[in-house]
Design a protein around this ligand. Structure first.
Ligand SMILES: CC(=O)N[C@H]1[C@@H](O[C@@H]2[C@H](O)[C@H](OP(=O)(O)O)[C@@H](O)[C@H](O)[C@H]2O)O[C@H](CO)[C@@H](O)[C@@H]1O
Ligand SMILES: O=c1ccn([C@@H]2O[C@H](COP(=O)(O)OP(=O)(O)O)[C@@H](O)[C@H]2O)c(=O)[nH]1
Length: 417
């Protein structure tokens, strides 16, 4: 197939760990690569956000990234990008010319708008099937963030419109299917394909970074309040009370997008909290870490904590599992699919530092349990979450979208429901 991916703010070539650069970037990069390996020709369209970026970058034999002129060629927070989606769609349609792809796959609601616009132009003489992955849903975001949600107000009606108009939707976890259903979307047009993990990079084999204390707890991700890193800092004094003093909390991510680590608002908030709780000496910040350096960091950890308020999928726990490290995970969203309680990690209720501390105390005090959960996590990650497997599921969704268009209907049979 000739496949177009649209990822307006999340370039597969960007550095990770900034406010808007995380799992979606990883997902688009790895899925595109896996589809190309399966013999498809893939082009990823993303917004040109720096003047020095060339128009087309050849990433592999069957994989290109195209930087489309859509708004100023500089970093713009994603919640301010909506006005440029028409320009993005024009650039995509221009690049297609008279040779449109077999399918276009939008990532995030705004890319869905651009994909639908490029795919269904009356004067073009074609109608390209549109598949949509949301990565995050505005309804969920508003529920958890309320007034702090900086999404443009138009998202309230444009995002459900994308869901209704797309030929097929790919949800990354079962919780997302319920959310889509609650939005009034027929589940017959929803397939499930999770995110994956790069098993060539993330494995238990290989060296581990040195750790400065007896125990290392690790938190990895974009540093935004909803990731709940403050909850792990709050767990540190409670861990001391349980007899675990010689503990380091290493935080990876933060800074970036032309902001230095110590100028990052969330970094300052976390450091102030650590000082207030008297645990500053136990908290280290590493800032943005390149992909290649991540496995050594994961392997150095005794436990990885993922304590978001909500999480549409969450690639970090999969990476930890692939590296054989047990995960303490808030029982929300995709983390309920990936982390199996008492098998590959421990579930804790969301926003609960006491529960995080108890789970960590249980793990730190029991090396055999850590090893058992770590080994089971490794088996689960490698048997279910390779990108090749995710690409195969995605291919099925593409085929259903294409079949629906050629038959002049939306297919009703679910790929996985
Ligand atoms: C918190 C969240 O939604 N994470 C998802 C998602 O990732 C990011 C999300 O879409 C961000 O938007 P927001 O924080 O406003 O909700 C974007 O800024 C980021 O670029 C996305 O990476 O997608 C990941 C991959 O599907 C998923 O694992 C993660 O849970
Ligand atoms: O400095 C960093 C911070 C994060 N990540 C990666 O960014 C992704 C975060 O994805 P996830 O789905 O867990 O969360 P999101 O950021 O999408 O909400 C994971 O692959 C992390 O390993 C990274 O490589 N370097």
């Amino acid at each position: 197939m000739k496949i177009s991916m649209v990822s307006e703010h999340a370039s597969p070539l960007a550095a990770l760990g900034g406010v808007d650069a995380g799992g979606q970037n990883v997902h688009v990069a790895a899925l595109s690569e896996a589809l190309a390996k399966r013999g498809h020709n893939v082009t990823v369209y993303t917004r040109r956000d720096a003047t020095e970026l060339p128009y087309r970058v050849k990433v592999g034999r069957r994989l290109d990234v195209v930087h489309v002129e859509a708004g100023p060629a500089r970093h713009i927070p994603k919640d301010e990008l909506l006005p440029f989606m028409g320009e993005l769609a024009d650039g995509i349609a221009r690049d297609w010319g008279h040779r449109p792809p077999d399918v276009v796959h939008g990532h995030f609601w705004m890319s869905g708008l651009a994909a639908l616009d490029a795919a269904r132009r009356e004067d073009a003489g074609y109608r390209v099937p549109v598949v949509q992955t949301f990565h995050a849903l505005g309804t969920v975001k508003r529920r958890h963030q309320g007034l702090e949600d900086t999404s443009p107000p138009e998202r309230r009606w444009l995002e459900p419109g994308v869901a209704r108009s797309a030929d097929r939707i790919i949800a990354t976890c079962s919780d997302e299917v319920f959310e889509l259903k609650a939005m009034g979307i027929k589940t017959g047009k929803v397939s499930i394909a999770p995110c994956g993990v790069d098993l060539g990079l993330f494995s238990a084999k290989g060296s581990a970074d040195a750790k400065p204390r007896s125990y290392r707890i690790l938190s990895v991700g974009r540093l935004v309040p909803r990731k709940g890193v403050d909850l792990v800092i709050r767990a540190l004094p409670l861990l001391s009370e349980a007899g675990f003093d010689d503990v380091e909390l290493l935080i990876v991510g933060g800074g970036g997008d032309s902001c230095a680590l110590h100028a990052d608002k969330e970094v300052c908030r976390l450091l102030d909290l650590a000082a207030e709780l008297g645990v500053s000496d136990r908290v280290s910040l590493q800032g943005q870490v390149p992909r290649g350096a991540m496995p050594g960091i994961f392997r150095s950890a005794d436990a990885v904590v993922c304590s978001p308020w909500y999480e549409p999928f969450g690639i970090v726990p999969l990476e930890a599992m692939a590296c054989g490290v047990p995960v303490v995970a808030a029982a929300v969203g995709g983390l309920r699919d990936t982390v199996v309680d008492h098998k590959t990690g421990l579930h804790v209720p969301p926003r609960d530092p006491e529960a995080i501390a108890s789970a960590l105390a249980l793990l730190l005090g029991n090396p055999a349990l850590r090893a058992e959960l770590g080994a089971a996590g490794q088996r689960r990650a490698s048997s279910r979450y390779s990108w090749d497997r995710v690409a195969a599921e995605t291919e099925k969704a593409y085929q259903l979208a294409v079949a629906g268009i050629s038959a002049g209907r939306i297919p009703m049979e679910g790929a996985a429901l």
